[in-house]
Design a protein around this ligand. Structure first.
Ligand SMILES: [Zn+2]
Length: 571
């Protein structure tokens, strides 16, 4: 059912009822229509504005119709109402992953797993690649998933070279994916990708050349050249209907912003238009190349037709990367990286190019999701957003991905709040990337800029949450790990970073739910357990309010409900 038609039908029924019953209805309130479902004897943390905790929730047609005490909910019970006793368990609104790459995470399972926890050395990775190549049919790619984006986790502290991959590749094209942003490709692989000497940019992928102009094998932002850039439609639709819900629902995500490469969108769009959908709510955001230089001319044509039910599929807009990434010392800085006075990182666009791109997306009425990790990049993005707003037109969603994880910048918080720019954060990166961030930026800079979530919230920001799951980092898919990180500020080496920047449990849960909905422009229907919103909720293995912060990561999801339907139940 469509959102609009559901609301329309409800209004019509009310009007008809009033017309028929007239004064009688006013004198003695008519009994409300009965609920399809009542969940009772629970501890529901509703995440409404007052932070209400209730015992029971009534659901009709997939939406919450009332919340309150068990006695209050009993009025909604009829002969057909399904009653579910939650036996005192704690319930939250379903988590909203506002930034995730599930296609990549699922695809990655077919790669050779060379995460440092699986293969602890570079030499071991090369040996495993030789074995994988020997078992691969002639001419086919051997793809290796590397050390989660940072080769320093290996004792060799470096990536493999092209020559090393040639030596173990047995004639196969070999792609070593260090992380999503940096690859090493062997000679046969470069040939297969059509990489030619002297060409430093191919369809937006950045090819590293040596002094003689020959490709070294290192490719940055290589997405458009990926052997997986054009997966078959049937495969992508199977991911959509089966693998993605199987991956996300047990973790408690009931709604996700799936950020995908443009070529993958056609298959998902076809599915959405056909009326089929998985039992997880989806917003789709697309990207071409990192800088957005290869986007199609007609951006508005990317929107989903009005026939697609927005309860299940929405088109979010366009993702670009404004800079590199602070964890690999390419985020764009006013200053420089520690011990590298000449390294200020990189921007993918000039200010003029960025302004033009943002203006174009805004004029097309689409949301804009810009990855920005350095302070200088943040200022560039805010400048572009401000100019687009000043130019007029309908209000569109403008967001900064990863804002304040690594860096803020001059007036960045004040301007973000003032312009109504949204932020999406990955709090668990304190755990995975806290230590490397402090090394990359230097301790003083890091303390002034990195992971200052309490300061951000105090300034008026209501950041939303994203796992940014690609499969390359381990553990970041777990929502409870992110909650714990916001409370404990613990790095994986055991150090605690800026404990004074810890947020309250209530704030942490808002980041995961209602603020995440808000940062997607979806707060009218998602993110809290309130009448009118979708009946999307999760039952926890433990009362999170009574759990010591250091144990929160071990909480699990027992049940996931989407639209009042039990879509996952832990065996
Ligand atoms: Zn991402």
């Amino acid at each position: 059912m469509r959102l609009g038609s559901l609301w329309g039908a409800g209004k019509l029924a009310c009007a008809a009822l009033l017309a028929l019953t007239g004064q009688a209805a006013l004198a003695k309130p008519a009994a409300p229509a009965k609920a399809d479902l009542i969940l009772y004897h629970g501890k529901f943390l509703t995440m409404d504005a007052r932070g209400s905790v209730v015992q029971a929730v009534a659901v009709r047609d997939g939406r919450i119709v009332a919340v309150g005490s068990e006695a209050q909910m009993r009025r909604w019970a009829g002969a057909q109402t399904r009653m579910v006793d939650l036996k005192g368990q704690t319930v939250l609104p379903g988590f909203i992953d506002g930034h995730v790459h599930p296609q990549v995470a699922i695809r990655m399972k077919s790669y050779l797993d060379a995460h440092y926890s699986a293969i602890p050395t570079l030499q071991g990775m090369l040996a495993a690649t030789r074995e994988r190549a020997a078992a691969t049919p002639a001419g086919e790619w051997v793809i290796v998933a590397g050390t989660s984006g940072n080769p320093n986790f290996w004792p060799e502290q470096r990536m493999p070279t092209k020559a090393e991959l040639d030596a173990v590749g047995g004639g196969h094209p070999v792609l070593y994916v260090n992380g999503p942003h940096t690859w090493v490709v062997n000679t046969a692989g470069l040939e297969k990708m059509g990489v030619k000497p002297g060409a430093a940019n191919q369809r937006g992928a950045l090819i590293e050349l040596d002094a003689a102009g020959n490709p070294t094998g290192v490719i940055r932002e290589g997405g458009p050249l990926s052997p997986d850039a054009r997966l078959p439609a049937e495969l992508l639709q199977r991911y959509e209907m089966e693998d993605i819900p199987q991956l996300m629902l047990p973790l408690g995500y009931t709604s996700i912003n799936d950020i995908m490469a443009l070529p993958s969108y056609a298959a998902v769009r076809e599915l959405a238009v056909s009326g089929r959908h998985p039992k997880i709510r989806k917003t789709i955001t697309v990207f071409a190349d990192s800088g957005g230089h290869h986007l199609p001319q007609d951006l508005a044509a990317l929107k989903l037709p009005a026939s697609v039910d927005p309860a299940w599929y929405r088109f979010g807009g366009i993702k670009i990367w404004a800079d590199g990434d602070v964890p690999v010392r390419t985020g764009y800085l006013f200053g420089h990286y520690a011990d590298e006075p000449d390294n200020h990182g990189l921007a993918t666009n000039t200010q003029e190019e960025l302004d033009a791109l943002v203006a174009k997306v805004h004029a097309a009425g689409l949301g804009m999701f810009i990855h920005s990790t350095g302070d200088r990049s943040n200022v560039m993005v805010l400048d572009a957003y401000e100019k687009a707003q000043k130019a007029g037109g309908a209000k569109t969603l403008m967001r900064i991905e990863h804002l304040g994880e690594f860096m803020l910048g001059p007036q960045v918080l004040e301007r973000t709040v003032k312009l109504g720019v949204q932020a999406d954060i990955q709090p668990g990166w304190i755990w995975t990337l806290g230590e490397i961030t402090r090394r990359n930026l230097g301790e003083d800079v890091a303390r002034n800029h990195a992971f200052r979530f309490r300061t951000m919230i105090k300034a008026g920001l209501k950041p939303g949450f994203g796992t940014d799951m690609t499969g390359f980092q381990r553990g970041t898919e777990n929502p409870f790990m992110h909650i714990e990180a916001m409370l404990t500020r613990k790095q994986k080496d055991g150090a605690v970073f800026l404990p004074e920047e810890a947020v309250s449990l209530d704030q942490a849960l808002r980041v995961m739910t209602v603020w995440s909905a808000r940062s997607m422009g979806e707060e009218a229907v998602k993110g809290s357990l309130e009448p009118g919103k979708f009946a999307d909720m999760i039952v926890l293995s433990r009362d999170i309010a009574q759990t010591p912060p250091a144990e929160i990561h071990a909480i699990t999801v027992r049940q996931t409900w989407v639209g009042g339907e039990l879509v996952y139940s832990r065996p």
